[in-house]
Design a protein around this ligand. Structure first.
Ligand code: KG4
Ligand code: ZN
Length: 336
């Protein structure tokens, strides 16, 4: 069964064709990041406009690369929540139009569900149940994935998402948006014990996260040094900060594994590309005799292959949208 996936929740216009949820026939991503970089973050108005301009070409290219026409497609899956409302609407409206003209069923896909599904593409044998930490620019959740379409959130952030925490720290060090990936690279050259940073925790909720204290600590270090006329060593600060964030993520995820008894540990979302996070989890899981899964780097960030993959499982579960499907800026993963 071939599914056409469409994604436009943030600043990537993407379309892909995936067979039976696992085999990627094409995966086209048109990124707007260069343009948003000028403003230090995603400008929603610009994002919507660029999606409108790009979407027809991106979908056409996805069909061409997969060497199929719309007649070979069995269903259209589209990200409808959560995300930037104007951006989501472009994908949703395009998918509705295509569904109406082709007669193909329309399948609504939750963005975080699709991030988790990026692991089905990379890891052929992975099947629920498993424990997944979704770490993206907008979300940080620890989730018991009970089936392909049933989720139980057991931990989440109280303030910033992990990606946001990386981006904000990177920005305060003068790195361009989105700074997470650059901070990761810079950290490779630094000493991770050079700066002392707080060990965060949320009172009474050991699986929840709060990144605001860490972020403030970095901003204070930068401004204190600036006042003293001392040039900060960016590599050392990046390494110390990356270690603090990753230690925190790993600690809570390992605690969640202990509490739930899950033996399969999975990560997903943009921050799952972080090199230290991947390395540390591999080591920790090996020590504890847990199986560790992460998406291939090209499927960590926003893409439509993951939408088509999750769309397949939503389709099998009988989930369909009618032509009154609306986009939602906020919606919990467990609702669907
Ligand atoms: O999942 P994603 O592409 O978009 C959302 O759904 O939010 O995640 C984007 C986030 C950004 O904050 C970006 O800085 C972060 O993922 N990111 C990283 C790395 N690569 C991307 N953060 C840390 N280390 C990386 N290597
Ligand atoms: Zn995302």
């Amino acid at each position: 069964m071939k599914i056409l996936g469409i994604e436009s929740s943030c600043d990537e216009t993407a379309a892909a064709v995936v067979e039976d949820g696992r085999v990627v026939l094409s995966n086209i991503v048109a990124s707007q990041v260069e343009e948003h970089r000028l403003y230090g973050g995603v400008v929603p108005e610009i994002a919507s406009r660029r999606h409108s301009e790009a979407i027809t070409g991106v979908v056409r290219e996805a069909l061409e690369k997969a060497e199929v026409t719309i007649n070979d497609i069995d269903a259209i899956a589209v990200t409808y929540a959560p995300g930037l409302i104007g951006a989501l609407l472009v994908g949703v409206n395009f998918a509705k139009g295509l569904s109406l003209s082709s007669g193909l069923p329309l399948v609504p896909v939750h963005h975080l569900r699709s991030h988790i599904a990026s692991n089905y593409i990379t890891n052929e044998s992975l099947e629920p149940p498993f424990l997944c930490m979704v770490v993206s620019g907008g979300h940080t959740h620890i989730i018991n994935v009970e089936s392909y379409t049933k989720y139980d959130i057991i931990g989440k952030t109280r303030d910033d998402a992990a990606g946001e925490a990386f981006d904000k720290a990177a920005r305060s060090m003068g790195m361009p948006y989105p700074g997470g990936i650059m901070l990761d690279k810079e950290a490779e050259k630094g000493n991770d014990t050079a700066f002392k940073l707080p060990t965060p925790s949320v009172d009474g909720a050991p699986l929840d996260f709060s990144f605001s204290g860490l972020k403030t600590a970095v901003i204070n270090i930068i401004s204190n040094n600036k006042q003293k006329g001392i040039e900060i060593n960016k590599a050392d600060l990046s390494a110390s900060y990356r270690k603090a964030v990753v230690d925190y993520l790993v600690k809570n995820l390992m605690l969640a594994a202990e509490k739930t008894g899950q033996k399969k540990i999975v990560i997903a979302g943009g921050v799952s590309a972080n090199s230290l996070l991947r390395k540390r989890l591999e080591e920790e899981c090996k020590k504890r005799k847990l199986q560790f899964f992460c998406p291939e780097l090209k499927y960590c960030g926003d893409n439509a292959a993951m939408v088509a993959s999750q769309g397949y499982y939503e389709f099998l579960a009988g989930n369909r949208a009618s032509l009154d499907l609306n986009a939602c800026a906020q919606r919990s993963i467990d609702i669907g």
